[in-house]
Write a protein that binds this ligand. Structure first.
Ligand code: AHR
Length: 506
């Protein structure tokens, strides 16, 4: 496999939207309870936050975290999660057939987010609730004081407003499984009126309208068109969600799912722009890709199979605790490439979810916390993708796939940070069998030194399905990428088969 990548410092896509490196915490399974929060755990602080998990979160480096759902939010009463914990009601969460104690709520999440050094992206319930509860929550969270809801926040211990800037207008309301599922017209009007009322309380907030739950939804395209036709002027983003998995052992197609993500994003951009043109709007609505990841329904099908309901009503049951492989990590790397390549229009993205539930971080109740394989591409890109996204010209050997035809075996994205003089290249070799040589042709840039070069690939004693598990938490990680050659400013890399690499030049 061979690829030539031309990098020109003047061909740029956009500034790196730092909110692309977002994560998601839902009241689902063990993401909150025994994930980020577990009073009584040896590593818990006085508030019950697991400091071992917090350390891993800071290392992962998300910039923004979406909360509290997910399907959960469509039946959630935010008021249940504020005030003295002893007075909070215990509720039945229908979305995940779970007992919700409400021991963890908005104030706890705000405190946790400060420890984790992340921005909060708050989702409101537009499944069972509406305009009134949404504007009350914005007043509670963001108004300084002197009104009913803001004074309640102060009495509940938060003198200063939370200042939450980013809000989701519900979750996946196009989906028949969603509590309070709506037609596009019903949702479009509700989103418009809710947005208007929320912005009357705080004009500084940014709002995300719900887009399709995935590209296979029968209403994909018409949903976005109808919703935006109603709410274009009131909202700032439309959401995208997508989960991918290997099907029928077809690893080549799975490794090429980034192509599917590119197509999905391009489709939503086209729909936004069609509404913009027809409505003669001058403002630009962009995309919040606020749920994405590998999620293997075939291997972790507790929800699909109804096992959760069959087990009765429980607190924080184990749900979709996918164990990620080397292959999954390479695919996750290419998803981050796709998001970054579209950084002119995709301004926010959240990998779903942060801990335990299809997550880069795993933790056990009373036990350890560790990094899954997919932790690594996220952590490196969140740390190193700075400055401007470069528009690369890539000519690569193609690999045949059953689902996407011929696909580039080498997939890459790069950023150039003028202030530090650093060029960061993120590159996957999707070939399962061949090493790849990659020649970088640098225009207007000169690599004089390699600052760092790391690769994630199949370990010597493993195979493409090797994973990090409790008793072998470091089986898959990053190791030095040897043999990066610089010759008179030009660069040659040699990448192992099935690998993802991050290389930084200065
Ligand atoms: O992230 C898991 C679930 O997937 C979310 O609750 C929902 O929004 C999506 O269907």
């Amino acid at each position: 496999t061979h690829a030539r990548i031309t990098v020109d410092r003047d061909f740029t896509i956009a500034e790196v939207p730092r909110r692309l490196f977002g994560q998601f915490v839902e009241h689902m399974g063990r993401c909150v309870y025994t994930g980020i929060y577990e009073p009584g755990h040896p590593a818990a602080d006085a508030r019950g936050f697991r400091t071992d998990v917090l350390e891993l979160v800071r290392e992962l480096g998300p910039t923004v975290v979406r909360y509290p759902g997910g399907n959960f939010v469509s039946g959630y009463r935010w008021e249940d999660g504020v005030g003295p914990v002893a007075d909070r009601p215990v509720r039945m969460d229908g979305a995940w057939h779970t007992i919700e104690t409400n021991a963890f709520g908005l104030h706890e999440f705000m405190d946790w987010s400060r420890e984790a050094e992340v921005e909060v992206m708050e989702a409101i319930n537009l499944g069972t609730r509406g305009v009134e509860e949404a504007r009350a929550l914005v007043e509670y969270a963001n108004h300084p004081g002197g009104t009913y809801w803001s004074d309640l926040r102060r009495r509940n211990g938060a003198e200063d407003p939370f200042g939450i800037k980013l809000w989701c207008l519900g979750n996946e309301l196009d989906g028949p499984w969603q509590i309070g599922h709506k037609t596009a017209h019903e949702y479009g009007r509700l989103a418009q009126e809710t947005a208007k009322a929320m912005k009357l309380v705080d004009p500084e907030i940014e709002l995300v309208a719900v887009g399709s739950s995935n590209r296979q939804m029968p209403t994909f395209g018409t949903w976005e068109h109808t919703v935006l036709t109603h709410a274009y002027e009131e909202v700032d983003y439309i959401s995208m969600h997508a989960y991918y998995r290997e099907q029928d052992g077809d690893a080549a197609s799975f490794l090429a799912e980034g192509v599917e993500m590119d197509t999905f994003i391009d489709g939503v951009i086209s729909t936004i722009d069609a509404v913009k043109a027809a409505g003669k709007h001058s403002k630009q609505v962009n995309i919040s890709f606020d749920e994405w990841n590998v999620w293997d329904f075939d291997r972790f099908n507790d929800v699909e199979e109804g096992e959760v309901a069959a087990a009765g009503w429980r607190e924080h049951p184990r749900l979709i605790e996918d164990t990620y492989t080397v292959t999954d990590a390479v695919v996750v790397g290419t998803f981050l490439h796709s998001l970054l390549r579209h950084g002119d229009r995709v301004k926010i993205a959240n990998q779903a979810q942060l801990v335990n539930v299809i997550a880069p971080i795993r933790s056990e109740e009373g036990g350890p916390a560790w990094r899954q394989t997919i932790f690594w591409p996220f952590a490196r890109m969140a740390r190193m993708a700075k400055g401007r996204i470069l528009r690369l010209a890539i000519s690569s050997t193609k690999g045949e796939t059953a689902r996407f035809g011929d696909v580039d075996e080498v997939d890459a994205v790069a950023t150039w940070d003028e202030s530090s003089g650093r060029l960061a290249l993120f590159v996957a070799n999707r070939s399962l069998a061949s090493e790849a040589t990659v020649d970088l042709d640098l225009h207007g840039l000169r690599a004089t030194a390699v600052r760092s070069a790391e690769v994630l690939t199949v370990p010597d004693d493993g195979d493409r399905l090797t994973a990090n598990v409790e008793h072998a938490p470091d089986a898959v990680g990053l190791r030095p990428l040897d043999g990066v050659a610089i010759d008179d400013g030009a660069v040659r890399l040699t990448l192992p088969a099935l690998s993802w690499s991050a290389v930084e030049f200065e």
